[in-house]
Design a protein. Structure first.
Length: 371
């Protein structure tokens, strides 16, 4: 079985992949032995076909998922243009030999290129090439580009979560000091205008709203308080929250980065770099380094007293021992993902939870939470 899953609806693609994993497992619990994920950015045609030739082990299906390959061939306009199939022209012949006991899935998620979010389309030359394989299943999940499609999607997803919306402008007495009501009076329209067509981001925000409302009706004021704000959070805020033990904020920013199309490996790399810098600063402080040496380590951060003070406080609270433990946690998360021992999103969230616990709690709660 050969499948193409591509388009701009990331949530639908993920949902379909979960279905395929459940189908491959068949309730046996043996998916870990029958699942192979291939990074198509540097793979060769034989790397894709070879794992699928082995029969499944004590399970109904062997599953091979190929990520990041279709995006390589996506036309991007200008000088970049379309990329020829090259060595991948032999792929259809290899795929025709894949036994029925295996499923090879080519995944084309939304991706970031030239500072823009893009999606794999029907014009993709590799998509067209794979479609020539007899019996191939092509499932295209287009992005929600029209406002009416976004509104419909939000209402459907909200209904699944038991969310009930209430239209109407908030009364002045409902507003907290400093709050200004949004121009929309329909909470669904407000969500559609602020979240765009990013279905993963929509799903995350609706999950938060469902927890916030706990069965009561959701107004534009609820949406403004729970979902409004920065839509492209940076790594610094995310890792700052981790180092301060604020797991809720760190997870929220992590999910937003993933929803915007950033890879798990990219996020792990960014987190690792921040902890590496934290470790260097902690070592200097433990050695009694001079102010000049500390400023040199901090670089431009040293020019801003509030940022410098926050960095020094985090380094003192952790110390080199906690930073070494953080490195071990990040290495374990990377290993668990690469060996398919744990779902990639779960592995990241577990690592974040463990990292947040490394941040010593300040104040009266400190004695009650010791590792």
């Amino acid at each position: 079985m050969i499948l193409l899953l591509y388009g701009g609806d990331e949530a639908a693609i993920r949902r379909r992949l979960r279905e395929l994993k459940e189908q491959a497992d068949g309730g046996t619990g043996m998916l870990v032995h029958n699942f192979t994920e291939i990074d198509g950015r540097d793979a060769k045609p034989a790397d894709v076909a070879a794992p699928a030739m082995a029969p499944p082990f004590l399970a109904p299906l062997r599953l091979v998922v190929v990520e990041n390959l279709l995006a390589r061939f996506e036309p991007r306009g200008g000088a970049r243009g379309s990329r020829s199939a090259g060595a991948w022209a032999e792929l259809p012949a290899l795929l025709e030999k894949v036994p029925e006991s295996s499923a090879v899935v080519f995944v084309g998620r939304p991706f970031l290129a030239e500072q823009q979010m893009r999606q794999v389309t029907d014009a993709n030359p590799l998509v067209q090439l794979i479609k020539k394989v007899p019996g191939v299943q092509a499932e295209h999940y287009p992005a929600l580009t029209k406002q009416q499609d976004r509104v419909r999607y939000i209402r459907e997803e909200a209904s699944i979560r038991g969310i009930r919306f209430r239209s109407g402008a908030p009364a002045r007495e409902e507003l907290q000091p400093g709050e200004e009501p949004p121009p929309e009076t329909d909470p669904v329209a407000y969500l559609a205008n602020t979240l765009g067509g990013n279905t993963l981001l929509i799903a995350n925000e609706l999950d938060k709203l469902a927890l916030w409302a706990m069965g009561r009706e959701v107004s534009v004021l609820d949406v403004m308080r729970v979902c409004a704000g920065e839509r492209e959070p940076d790594h610094f805020r995310m890792v700052d929250a981790l180092m301060d033990g604020d797991l809720g904020t760190a997870l929220d920013l992590l999910r937003r980065r993933l929803a915007l199309g950033e890879s798990q490996q990219g996020i792990l790399g960014a987190v690792f770099e921040r902890y590496r810098s934290l470790g260097a600063l902690a070592a200097l402080l433990e050695e009694g380094a001079s102010e000049e040496e500390i400023d040199r380590q901090l670089g431009n951060v040293a020019r801003y007293q509030n940022l410098k003070q926050a960095a020094v406080q985090r380094a003192r609270r952790h110390g080199t021992a906690a930073v070494r433990e953080a490195f071990a946690i990040l290495v374990e998360a990377d290993r668990a993902h690469k060996t398919n021992e744990m779902d990639e999103d779960v592995a990241l969230e577990v690592a974040f939870a463990r990292l947040a616990r490394l941040a010593p709690v300040r104040g009266p709660l400190a004695a009650g939470r010791r590792r």
